[in-house]
Design a protein around this ligand. Structure first.
Ligand SMILES: Nc1ncnc2c1ncn2[C@@H]1O[C@H](COP(=O)(O)OP(=O)(O)OP(=O)(O)O)[C@@H](O)[C@H]1O
Ligand SMILES: [Mg+2]
Length: 231
């Protein structure tokens, strides 16, 4: 299995948030994790990348165990993270933001490929990050993650605060990246429409646990979605 989590538990101080989460992701998949506000999606992401300690359980990636490995070592193995809120530095330029991704992953930064997916970046290298729209910041944050040549990218609600038509466009780029480069994606979302359009599998998270798992054929099961997501 390419990426696997088994009975993972984590939290903050005495508070348990992520409880017994198990799932696995094949190479080349787009795995979507849906869940309402506060169910623990970001906490799960932080535990998987290593910015939050694993209390118990296992995380493995490409046959290596990660749960005791520090964040930077996981990144070097090829796991990139695009945090919720994007983490674009507002006073740095587009170029400086991109360069922050250098040295985090491995290999030579694939700038030509990145600019082929996001042509506007090349034209606006001198613009300050803080003056970009939400959608542009989301694309910049993803591009910065791609600078390190990841094999797996974790995205935490990239559509948050992005105009609906731009969300669709972002979904298309993610699907293209996945199809053309084989990049494996774990995507946390509340925006169901575009997420399910590009998903190959979907999990639903509620109260710290994964409560449903759906394959491509079952993704139209809106009854289940509604039950957990209140839509
Ligand atoms: N640093 C922290 N210390 C203590 N509790 C926290 C901390 N961060 C988050 N929590 C709590 O953990 C729970 C899960 O939060 P988390 O951010 O993982 O949820 P989420 O599913 O990502 O929500 P959202 O959709 O709003 O981003 C919430 O009850 C939240 O208040
Ligand atoms: Mg969150």
């Amino acid at each position: 299995m390419f990426f696997q989590v088994r009975e993972l538990c984590s939290g903050y101080g005495a508070i348990r948030i992520v409880m017994d989460v198990s799932f696995s992701v094949n190479r080349g998949e787009i795995c979507v994790i849906l869940g309402r506000n506060g169910v623990g999606k970001t906490t799960l992401m932080k535990t998987m990348i290593g910015s939050l300690k694993t209390r118990s359980g296992e995380i493995s990636f490409d046959s290596r165990r990660l749960e005791r490995m520090p964040l930077h070592a996981r990144a070097r193995l090829g796991i990139a993270y695009v945090p919720q809120g994007r983490g674009v530095f507002p006073s740095l330029t587009v170029e400086e933001n991109l360069r922050m991704g250098e040295g985090i992953g491995s290999g030579k930064p694939p700038y030509d490929e990145i600019f082929a997916y996001f042509p506007w970046l090349r034209k606006r290298l001198r613009q300050k990050g803080g003056t970009l729209s939400g959608g542009e910041q989301s694309q910049l944050a993803l591009s910065r993650a791609l600078v390190g040549n990841p094999r797996l990218v974790l995205l935490d609600e990239p559509s948050e605060g992005v105009q609906p038509n731009i969300v669709d466009e972002m979904g298309n780029v993610l699907a293209r990246l996945n199809r053309e480069t084989g990049l494996t994606v774990i995507l946390v979302e509340q925006n169901i429409e575009y997420a399910l359009r590009i998903a190959t599998t979907c999990r639903i998270m509620a109260k710290g646990r994964l409560v449903e798992e759906m394959g491509k054929d079952e993704l139209s099961d809106m009854e289940t979605m509604r039950r957990y997501l209140a839509i």
